[in-house]
Design a protein around this ligand. Structure first.
Ligand SMILES: [Mg+2]
Length: 234
């Protein structure tokens, strides 16, 4: 697990890490289906979203792209619409529509883990491939630094380490004293490795690997146990 005496800041991924992503996707799939049944002419929006999500997965493996431009332009060209139209659909369905459902999908123990970190003076940062501020508010979580891949100072997707390094810099923490917590080894783990940070990956079942964890309660117990004398510090 983690040697907490080596850690000054914890940086979190959001999607699939702080909340149950398959559960949220099931809720959103029902919402989208309802939308299509009610307004059949909105079917192109659903196809556009599917293509956008697939493109983002591919762009993660294209080095040094101009993410802010490419992600909307390529889908706009494919669907014969303006990039602003793609952006509006993505913001509506991928950023705003999920917000009311996020609290119900938040992983157990996340809030108390955040609280424990704050009480111990460990910095809290967030780096997500998608905009994260509203999602954090919807889950009643707060971090000192929140940066996403679309932000101008990053403009790159993981596994590019630029975003993680930007969060560490703003937190005033050395990368080697940061821990990144994510849910995808090939993206989160690789980004942390390139940034020179430790990393833990959430997994649904315990495989016994020291760089994996299955619950935030488990992480909190590990953190508290690392310094028993301060367990009762208010
Ligand atoms: Mg994730």
């Amino acid at each position: 697990m983690v040697n907490w005496s080596d850690i000054d800041a914890v940086i979190f991924d959001v999607d699939g890490t702080l909340y149950d992503q398959p559960r949220l996707r099931a809720i959103m799939a029902r919402k989208l289906l309802f939308q299509v049944l009610k307004k059949p002419w909105s079917w192109p929006e659903i196809r556009l979203l599917k293509d956008f999500r697939a493109l983002r997965e591919r762009l993660a493996h294209e080095p040094d792209i101009d993410l802010a431009q490419e992600q909307y332009q390529r889908i706009a060209a494919k669907h014969g619409v303006e990039p602003a139209r793609v952006r509006a659909v993505v913001e509506k369905w991928m950023q705003r529509a999920p917000l009311p459902h996020l609290a119900a999908c938040r992983r157990p123990g996340v809030r108390s883990f955040f609280r424990e970190l704050a009480q111990r003076g460990i910095g809290i940062g967030v780096f997500s491939d998608y905009p994260a501020r509203d999602k954090l508010s919807a889950m009643d979580l707060s971090a000192q630094v929140v940066i996403c891949a679309d932000d101008p100072q990053v403009n790159q997707l993981k596994p590019n380490p630029k975003g993680l390094l930007a969060v560490a810099r703003e937190l005033g923490a050395q990368p080697r004293r940061c821990l990144y917590i994510g849910d995808r080894a090939e993206l989160d783990g690789e980004a942390a490795h390139r940034a020179g940070m430790a990393c833990l990956i959430w997994e649904p079942r315990d495989t016994g690997r020291p760089d994996r964890f299955t619950s935030f309660e488990q992480l909190r117990r590990n953190l508290v146990g690392s310094n028993p004398s301060s367990e009762h510090t208010p």
